[in-house]
Design a protein around this ligand. Structure first.
Ligand code: NDP
Length: 370
């Protein structure tokens, strides 16, 4: 097991693991080629682990081109308590991973050396998981589900936390899911397949997804009613299957925007989109004007619906320990199946990025460290 992660809860005297050489994929300039650095600086440990596999998310493929740099650099300035601009280069991508604890610090009491864990990196401006050694925060890390492989476990944390936070914004949870009919646009991807399964595990009244027809069997096997978004009858089919109390958009499409109309009126129905313009806007216009531009787009997108009591909101990934614990339990109980579409070896990270960047995912793409 070559890849290691380190857990931290609070700062303390730096700990270094016994590892001598560490590899990491990185870019040296935004938009530059991914390069395997074999003398990666060993991260300082604020509590320790060892990790085995990492997943690739579409956002990784944009972030190596500088996507979100304006906002994330500002975040880094704040967390580094710096008044000067802070460079995030060289940058190692990757948001989630799974592996084995190598060592732990005094602030960590939920894990011991040798435990199998999965988690997400935080804060978001931090170094990524596509490296031999990864620092994880204990409050964004849980034990892997029993019987799951590391590849399966690594596919879960980022999409699970994204879905969880979107449902928090929608005020949708396991106590009220049975009263809700939910439409998911982009149901066949990494986020969509997690959303469908979480809702089914919570006993949601109905889950309808839009996807390509080749995903129909998979979507039905997960408990969702699929509608082909390319079909000329898609709107009729969505109307017939509705109305919906909650819509989750994992794609921003004309059909997803149209579907506001098939939510109930003045019944606290809500459309959540995880495809937000915020990072692109702040990159393009700078922080203040970028945030203003996103606010203007939000207003343009939502005002008409809000006149009829249909709400719209963007939602974002946020690390969430409750989510990770519940998803690990649901996987153990067989209620959520890790949807690993393809596993690439560590050496093939650029090929994995090429695939994920096309955004036709059928579940998750995972990198296996040997
Ligand atoms: P994937 O690439 O895994 O999945 C996208 C899915 O959408 C594919 O299955 C694709 O299949 C399908 N699709 C494409 N076009 C449409 C359409 N018009 N209608 C319905 N389905 C469509 O991506 P993820 O699930 O990982 O992520 C989805 C999006 O959410 C990405 O844009 C990502 O950046 C964003 N995201 C945002 C987060 C946040 O914090 N706000 C966090 C995580 C993700 P096909 O094209 O073959 O039909």
């Amino acid at each position: 097991l070559r890849t290691k992660a380190m857990l931290s809860r609070r700062l303390f005297t730096p700990i270094r693991t016994a590892s001598s050489s560490i590899r990491a994929w990185q870019v040296d300039e935004w938009g530059g080629d991914l390069r395997l650095e074999s003398n990666y600086a060993q991260p300082v440990l604020t509590g320790p682990n060892q990790v085995l596999a990492a997943s690739v998310n579409p956002i990784d493929t944009y972030q190596i081109k500088g996507y979100g740099n304006e906002l994330l650099s500002t975040w880094k300035m704040v967390t580094d308590r710096s008044f000067n601009p802070v460079s995030r280069l060289p940058y190692t991508p990757g948001r989630d991973c799974a592996g084995v604890v190598e060592a732990i610090g005094p602030g960590v009491n939920r894990f011991k050396v040798g435990d199998k864990v999965m988690g997400v990196t935080q804060p978001p401006a931090t170094r990524g998981t596509l490296a031999d050694l990864v620092v994880l925060e204990a409050d964004a890390t849980v034990g892997t589900p029993a019987k799951s492989t590391f590849e399966e476990a690594a596919s879960l944390p980022y999409v699970a936390c994204t879905v969880w936070n979107a449902f928090l914004v929608a005020r949708l949870n396991k106590d009220n899911a049975r009263n809700n009919r939910i439409l998911i646009h982009g149901g066949s991807g990494g986020v969509g397949t997690m959303a469908v399964q979480l809702l089914r595990a919570w006993g949601a009244r109905k889950v309808v997804v839009t996807c390509s027809s080749d995903s129909f069997d998979t979507m039905r096997s997960l408990g969702a009613e699929p509608v082909d978004y390319r079909s000329p009858t898609a709107t009729d089919e969505l109307i017939a299957a509705g109305p919906y109390e909650v819509i989750l958009s994992c794609v921003d499409s004309p059909l997803s925007q149209w579907s506001d109309k098939i939510m109930g009126i003045w019944r606290n129905c809500v459309h959540i989109s995880i495809v937000s313009p915020m990072l692109a806007d702040t990159d393009r216009y700078g922080l203040p004007m970028g945030l203003a531009s996103t606010a203007a787009k939000y207003f343009a997108r939502s005002w008409e619906s809000s006149l009829q009591g249909r709400w719209f909101s963007y939602a974002y990934f946020l690390p969430n320990l409750d989510c990770l614990q519940e998803v690990a339990t649901l996987v153990e109980q067989g209620q959520i199946k890790p949807m690993v579409e393809k596993v690439y070896p560590f050496e093939a990270v650029p090929e994995a990025f090429e695939k994920v960047g096309q955004k036709h995912g059928r579940g998750k793409t995972v990198i296996k460290m040997e």
